[in-house]
Design a protein around this ligand. Structure first.
Ligand SMILES: Nc1nc2c(ncn2[C@@H]2O[C@H](COP(=O)(O)OP(=O)(O)OP(=O)(O)O)[C@@H](O)[C@H]2O)c(=O)[nH]1
Ligand SMILES: [Mg+2]
Length: 471
């Protein structure tokens, strides 16, 4: 087992959220965890006898502070390596008074523990090879998951599917690299240990796999942070009214003055287990007003970043104006990667002409990938059609498909892909084998950095500092 300077201290922290609650849990981990906690623990009125300690068993008793009862608790002991961190550990479940929590931490520190740093328990687990970096990061994702979809992606990564895929790729590439490097040792003798056509085939396969993982980030990131859905259109079409209707609250200012919304407004909403990030934008129109211009530039930027674009059309402006506005919005959307949903809004003003408008617009648009629906944002009419359109617009991955959700992984895959492309070009152009081997090593490095096989302390520090204390 790998040892690390981190393992010397015994650390402690409250693992439950800060504040008062029915129950709180304190974690202790490190070489003295069991002895320190047992010193403070009294069972059936007698000091806890370490000799009788059975790991993974729940003990009921009291935590004592200088001869006085601090709290009635449940204590679990874990023996290394069979614990979350891989070290000797103890967990104390107690009443969730803020005073009791702080007092217990103080007593633990008085007995030789140190306050844990953010993510230190998970970092120790990683150092002790309980899991790899992907899985450690998946724990953070699991804790922060806000929707069923985000939860599912985190669980998949925690199960190790992504790690396994990377391991298989790396070991194949490593084998090839060793053969190539063997040729370097025999460079005088003009021998080829690595079969070139096999190497090319392997590279093609690996590159396709790496690119597939890299491209899954768009969806993976959307699932984790909310699928970005931008609401765009000309001024006064009812964009802010729609945002408010979706959220069920008056989040954005609505008025009949054109150009009311100047900046983008973002809010997340969970619809049927999927987290969406709705973005209301400044209405699109020609203007000389500086602030409004900046707002409109932001609207265009948000269109480019969105997975789904809701194009708001105002039924009261007449069919020709709506069609021209629809074409204008369509020209800003990349239909190969984005979904466009056009909403004919304010149909409440149209008596029964809404359906005719809908049919005409569907007919006149030159792409059947665009969804068109009728809406009255003000009266909440058509919202169900919009929910359905959103559901259908999502390119859903298979339940157990690997999705990259972490920007660090995405970056590493991007660099690995570039390095593999250099290897491919090198082989085509017959460049010296030592340069090819360098690019292969680079690709291996980037792939290895994702699971944490290759990392520096700085990288680990940055990753784990994003965790909360007690995790
Ligand atoms: N009759 C009717 N009026 C609506 C509907 N939706 C919005 N409106 C009205 O249209 C006007 C403009 O609504 P907003 O939501 O502020 O429009 P916007 O697109 O956000 O406008 P800007 O922020 O200026 O770009 C307001 O007076 C709304 O009450 C609707 O479904 N029916
Ligand atoms: Mg608005």
């Amino acid at each position: 087992m790998q040892t690390n300077i981190l393992n010397i201290d015994t650390i402690c922290a409250v693992a439950t959220p800060f504040g008062m609650g029915a129950i709180a849990m304190v974690r202790v981990s490190g070489p003295n965890a069991i002895s320190i906690v047992s010193q403070l623990f009294v069972r059936n009125g007698k000091p806890f006898d370490l000799e009788e300690m059975v790991p993974n068993k729940v003990y009921h008793g009291h935590i004592m502070d200088k001869g006085k009862i601090l709290d009635e608790v449940l204590v679990y002991f874990f023996k290394a390596p069979h614990s979350f961190t891989g070290e000797d550990s103890a967990e104390i479940s107690m009443h969730g008074s803020i005073y009791v929590q702080q007092k217990l931490i103080q007593v633990l520190i008085d007995h030789g523990c140190r306050m844990a740093e953010a993510g230190e328990f998970t970092r120790r687990a990683f150092v002790n090879r309980k899991f790899d970096l992907i899985q450690a990061e998946a724990i953070a994702d699991l804790i922060s998951s806000e929707s069923e979809a985000a939860h599912r992606v985190a669980i998949n990564q925690l199960k190790g599917g992504f790690s396994k895929e990377l391991q298989v790729m790396r070991s194949k590439l490593l084998e090839m690299t060793s053969l190539i490097e063997l040729e370097l040792d025999f460079s005088e003798e003009d021998v080829e240990f690595a079969d070139r056509s096999q190497l090319k085939a392997l590279l093609k396969e690996t590159l396709t796999h790496v690119d597939k993982l890299k491209d899954s980030f768009r969806l993976g990131n959307a699932i984790k942070n909310g699928i970005p859905v931008v609401i765009v259109g000309q001024t006064n079409t009812g964009k802010s009214t729609l945002l408010n209707a979706l959220l069920g609250e008056d989040r954005a200012i609505v008025s009949d003055i054109a150009g009311t919304t100047r900046d983008t407004i973002e809010e997340t909403l969970n619809i049927n287990g999927i987290l969406y990030r709705f973005i209301d934008t400044a209405g699109l129109r020609k203007t000389d007003e500086t602030i409004e211009k900046i707002g409109i530039e932001r609207s265009y930027k948000k269109i480019a970043e969105a997975n789904v674009v809701i194009g708001m059309l105002d039924a009261t402006t007449g069919y020709e104006a709506m069609l021209s506005a629809a074409n204008d919005i369509q020209s800003k959307v990349d239909l190969s990667i984005q979904q466009l949903i056009l909403c004919i809004n304010k149909v409440d003003t149209m008596a029964d002409q809404g359906e005719t408008l809908l049919g005409n617009l569907r007919f006149d648009l030159d792409n059947d990938g665009i969804l068109v629906i009728c809406l009255s944002a003000k009266h909440g009419f058509g919202l169900n059609d919009l929910y359905n359109a959103l559901k259908h617009s999502q390119p859903y991955a298979a339940p157990d498909a690997t999705l990259v959700t972490n920007i660090r992984h995405y970056e590493a895959l991007l660099y690995a892909s570039d390095s593999l492309k250099s290897v491919q070009q090198g082989l085509e152009k017959d460049i010296p084998i030592d340069l090819i081997s360098q690019d292969l090593r680079q690709a291996l490095h980037y792939l290895g950095s994702i699971t944490g096989e290759i990392t520096t302390d700085d990288v680990l520090g940055t990753i784990f500092s994003r965790f909360c204390i007690g995790k």
